[in-house]
Ligand binder design. Structure first.
Ligand code: MIC
Ligand code: SF4
Length: 755
């Protein structure tokens, strides 16, 4: 569908002059990322050569997208700002709360009943404040955004880390917490640390079994889960232009898994084709008119080392299909090495389930290529060994693939089609037998594979791969099957080889849909009432957090010293907890229950310093809160990796944790902590992490002169009477220090609104 053409027209009208001015001021050619950033500076911000990784810059994003699990908190916050309407076009998408169990229709119906209160809340608050609402069943936020809202050269933020998916259509699209979305919807600027720039030059051409997914699986292997932190990854080269737009979306989507601020591609014919196929020829025509502004300058791509902070080159002609995992998306194994890797690591090689789809890989092209393999099952007399599921990304794609007979072909290999929603990607998979917690292997085309993420079973090993490879491995039922070289034995006992996948970039008969699932907001929503019941278990109005007391913070108890990987899934688990995303107190009962306690290597078992007993993390923290004692959380590298969910910051805030101090943070989580008025600190010397002891009482010194760029001190008062004073770095700028002092960014906005 075509939305907001006037916004796109205006952006494109102003963009050339803005880009030219930036090029002139900086005195050099520009990358695409810079063109988009500099043409979206907040009104009044002067163009200057901002220092990457150092300067905070104010921007004016074109639009905001929110999904149901994060929109609840974002809109509860927006509701307290006193605004009448959102200041920029915004949308809400109902995709995260649908459990995948039986099949699409049954599951959707059940979700609509179970989540009625939340859907009604989101629908009416969207209606009131001028927000477009996509009903349950319409599809996954990022797919729906790509199909309807993303446009080359645009800038958007979204309350979901995979908002970056829209980079496939040449946007700078960034995942944020709800508080950031709230600012932009309230008409305020949006602040971002000027990102570093990583260039990825793609040479050659994808062929055979290799797909866009393998590009990002390879990049994740090179850069690791934190290698993209505070950087924009820009892809270019012949390999980029020869790839489909939706393939580019897959690559950008999984940029979240390397911690990148976002990823993007320059405007090209594949984007034009995609825009036209999705009913947006007018946007394509406009983009064609200023195409040189919608991609990096030639000089940049000719000499990338001069303009990017880091350059990676990948030859697509030689790239092998990969499988990444288990438990982390950056453990990359080329398929030819899987036999060896599985044996060495003792990974179960029997594939129990293959799952395709999700916001990452559910395009028409993905499905058509996977179907070309499913067809071969009957043609070659094979039998599919593993279970197989499909999670379409949108009703538009689902309707079209049904029309084109693809769902029938999948049905012939025994596939289950789940609702157009997140489902098994976010622990909303009611998988039969998962409660037995058996060690088992699954392969999927989603993006994340942290422990418990798909089915809640900590012993499920999930490997991420392209939909093509997932389909082949499900047919073979074997993780070590290399379809490039290996044969399968069919029902007649013959050895057969699968032909490489083939498919269509876009449907030859065009896309089709009966009801895409969109609800436009009321023209005048002022009369609409938002009801949140006092005794609701799912929704709770927010109260303002208390302001800083004006002194150093002393006498904090150690709540947990988290060991190793501590993602937002460890801090605030999804799956069964998603139902409490609109109720801060209830969801706080999952706080840090997945984090491993350094001192006993257990999850959800920490020492209560008041009683000396071990208990669950949330209960222990509630005991400190009841006693009026603050606490501190220590953590390892890349703390808060993964999701944008601000619950991972709001829960500790609500329960009385004052400080989170770690070796390093993931970008969105660090911002979320700051926004909620917490202290987010990093060890100046990472070895100091070792000095933290289980019975420590901790003081934070230097807050009365809290200044950007000046380290604070943290004193560890050990039980034996000795102390260690360690240096605590922080990245707060002057504005963020104000948030801390006020007790949270929202308190600052509210105070301004009431002046
Ligand atoms: C995810 O993929 O982890 C999620 C669920 O989409 C999250 C958002 C959330 O936790 O609601 C994300 O990536 O930001
Ligand atoms: Fe949904 Fe999974 Fe995509 Fe997150 S990554 S938006 S949970 S499909």
């Amino acid at each position: 569908m075509l939305f907001d053409l006037d916004l796109i027209q205006k952006t494109y009208k102003e963009m050339p002059a803005k880009v030219d001015a930036a090029r002139k001021a900086l005195g050099r050619p520009l990358t695409l990322a810079e063109k988009i950033l500099y043409s979206h500076l907040w009104n009044g911000v002067e163009i200057s050569d901002f220092k990457r990784g150092k300067d905070y810059v104010d921007f004016a994003p074109d639009r905001v997208a929110m999904q149901d699990a994060t929109a609840q908190m974002a809109l509860l916050q927006f509701d307290t700002t006193g605004r009448k309407k959102v200041a920029v076009p915004s949308t809400v998408h109902c995709d995260h709360l649908i459990v995948a169990k039986d099949e699409s229709k049954v599951d959707l119906k059940k979700a609509i009943t179970e989540n009625e209160e939340v859907y009604n809340f989101l629908s009416s608050i969207s209606n009131k404040y001028g927000i477009g609402f996509w009903k349950p069943g319409a599809g996954i936020i990022h797919q729906v955004v790509l199909e309807n809202y993303a446009f080359p050269g645009g800038m958007m933020i979204g309350t979901d880390s995979h908002t970056v998916n829209a980079g496939g259509l040449g946007m700078v699209a960034i995942g944020v917490g709800g508080a950031d979305a709230c600012d932009v919807m309230a008409g305020l600027s949006w602040e971002l640390l000027m990102p570093k720039l990583i260039g990825v030059k793609l040479t050659g051409k994808l062929n055979g079994w290799t797909s866009p997914k393998d590009v990002i699986l390879k990049v994740a292997g090179i850069l690791t889960v934190k290698g993209g932190t505070n950087a924009i990854v820009e892809y270019f080269g012949e390999g980029a232009t020869s790839m489909s737009c939706t393939g580019k979306g897959t690559i950008c989507n999984m940029g979240a898994e390397i911690g990148a601020t976002t990823s993007t591609f320059g405007y090209d014919q594949s984007m034009s084709r995609y825009l036209r196929a999705t009913g947006r020829a007018a946007v394509a025509d406009l983009a064609d008119g200023i195409s040189s502004y919608l991609t990096g300058d030639d000089e940049v791509y000719a000499n990338p080392e001069k303009y990017f902070d880091k350059v990676i080159e990948i030859n697509l002609s030689e790239l092998e299909p990969h499988l990444n995992g288990p438990f982390t998306p950056d453990l990359a194994t080329p398929i030819s090495q899987m036999k060896e890797a599985a044996a060495k690591n003792n990974w179960p090689t029997k594939v129990e389930v293959g799952l395709i789809g999700s916001c990452t890989n559910s395009s028409y092209e993905d499905i058509s290529r996977a179907v070309s393999l499913a067809k071969q099952v009957a043609e070659k007399g094979l039998k599919t060994k593993a279970e197989f599921t499909i999670t379409p990304g949108s009703e538009l794609v689902r309707y079209t693939i049904e029309r084109d007979g693809y769902l029938d072909t999948f049905a012939q290999i025994g596939a289950t089609v789940f609702a157009n929603a997140c489902g098994p990607c976010i622990g909303m998979w009611d998988r039969m037998g998962a409660e037995k917690q058996e060690r088992n292997t699954i392969v999927h085309s989603f993006n994340r594979n942290f422990a418990k993420r798909a089915d809640g079973n900590p012993n499920t090993l999930a490997f991420v791969a392209s939909p093509e490879l997932v389909t082949a491995l499900a047919i073979a039922g074997d993780l070590t099957f290399n379809p490039l070289t290996d044969t399968l034995i069919n029902e007649k006992g013959e050895a057969v080889k699968l032909d490489p996948p083939s498919g269509d970039e876009l449907p030859s008969r065009g896309f089709d849909v009966e009801d895409a699932g969109y609800q436009a907001p009321a023209e005048d929503g002022s009369g609409i009432q938002i009801d949140v019941k006092e005794d609701s278990k799912r929704l709770q109005l927010l109260y303002p957090f208390a302001a800083w007391e004006g002194t150093d913070i002393k006498g904090l108890k150690l709540l947990i010293k988290a060991k190793g990987k501590c993602t937002t899934d460890h801090i605030s688990m999804a799956g069964p907890w998603l139902k409490f995303r609109g109720h801060l107190d209830n969801i706080s009962n999952n706080m840090l229950i997945g984090a491993v306690n350094y001192f006993n290597e257990k999850t959800d078992s920490v020492k209560n310093q008041l009683t000396g007993e071990y208990g669950p993390v949330p209960a222990t923290q509630r005991a400190y809160k009841a006693a009026g004692i603050g606490s501190i959380v220590f953590g390892d590298e890349n703390y808060g990796e993964g999701s944008s969910r601000e619950h991972a910051a709001m829960e500790p805030r609500h329960l009385g944790v004052r400080v989170v101090m770690v070796k390093s943070f993931a970008r969105i989580h660090e911002t979320n902590l700051k926004k909620q008025g917490m202290l987010a600190l990093t060890f100046a010397n990472k070895e100091d992490y070792e000095k933290v002891q289980e019975d420590d009482t901790i003081d934070v010194i230097g807050l009365t002169s809290f200044t950007p760029g000046v380290a604070l001190k943290v004193v560890l008062n050990h039980k034996n009477g000795s102390t260690d004073t360690i240096e605590a770095n922080h990245s707060y700028n002057a504005q963020q220090i104000e948030w801390f002092k006020a007790g949270g960014a929202l308190n600052v906005i509210r105070a301004a609104a009431h002046k």
